[in-house]
Design a protein around this ligand. Sequence first.
Ligand SMILES: *Cc1c(COP(=O)(O)O)cnc(C)c1O
Length: 389
Amino acid sequence: MMTDTRIVHSGRDPEAQFGAVNPPVYHASTILFPSIAAYNDSRKDRFKRGRSYGRHGTPTHFALEDALAAVEGGTRCLLVGSGLMAVTTALLAYLKAGDHLLMVDTVYGPARRFCDTMLAGFGVETTYYDPLIGDNIAGLMRPNTKAVYVESPGSNTFEVQDVPAIAAAAHARGAKVLMDNTWGVLNFQPFAHGVDVSIQAATKYVVGHSDAMLGAITVNADADWVAVKTAGTNLGTNAAPDDVYLGLRGLRTLSVRLRRHMRTGLRLAEWLKGRPEVLKVMHPALPGDPGHALWRRDFAGACGLFGLMLKPCPEEAVTAFIDGLELYGLGASWGGFESLLIPMKSDIKRTATRLDARGPGLRIHAGLEDPDDLIADLEAGFRRLDARR
Ligand SMILES: *Cc1c(COP(=O)(O)O)cnc(C)c1O
């Protein structure tokens, strides 16, 4: 089945629920059992799905877990309360005191903070590596390297990683490969590229409407399911049923939304590339981008998120540009129906590479508005910016 078909048909069983197309939202903590035998049976194997306890999921959770696993090409998925919780739960599933983690330098900022604070406090050492390292990652592997973490393209600067090369080097030395696949969503098949554990901030495109927080950890092997499920159980992870339902609702239309996000994002990126105020556009799907060849090789498409760097200009010019925008929201997150534009922090932490800080950085999420209107809004912004140069 093609991805578009799986998106529509996975995780659904109308006959099991009165014929209704979508599953009901189960609100549950206590789950009752009809007999002591059934109760005891449920406690025998916590890796087997079944009637258990609200924290371990209900048919509402199972529906989205099954659908996401199918869409990503994996076997099992664990839903948790946020994308960041998916990151931290996955890391804790594989790392313990004395272990070493290879972490990409361009990782999502809060994930980096987790490594530098809590993981360090637990005695796990993190080494950051250049996202463009490819198979040279072999040189950084140590006997105690248990996990290699990739995020492609990278947060803020959108470098594309050679995931299959990194995975081959990691596996040759017995390390697991964890990937933040939030940008790739439907367009990057993690397990076909050597990833063991795929992490999604489902908050972004899966939910797609800026109204719920959700994280997903998907695996493709029984041993990884045991590791991830054990970590989730020990940490007490959970996802709220109404939010899970919103994720399920969002997923069904993800493919059409994503194509539009991609098309509009590329329109904006091309247009911005031609502007005299712009130093560079960071969008791997744009021909000429340093990551374009790898993106073409490994990705089936793009989403609507990309970055750009302006030529040096006064801060008040950038402020005037952003504050006067009418269609772009100013706020965290992405993947919703509305366009967003935020300034890139100038103090983004990098330790293995140098951040290009030649000019002010911006991050754009292309929403589902008419692209001509979005361009006109940016054009008016550049008039405000130019007037203050
Ligand atoms: C937003 C984001 C996360 C965290 O997701 P939340 O649901 O906001 O916790 C993780 N990784 C990436 C790449 C993100 O953009």
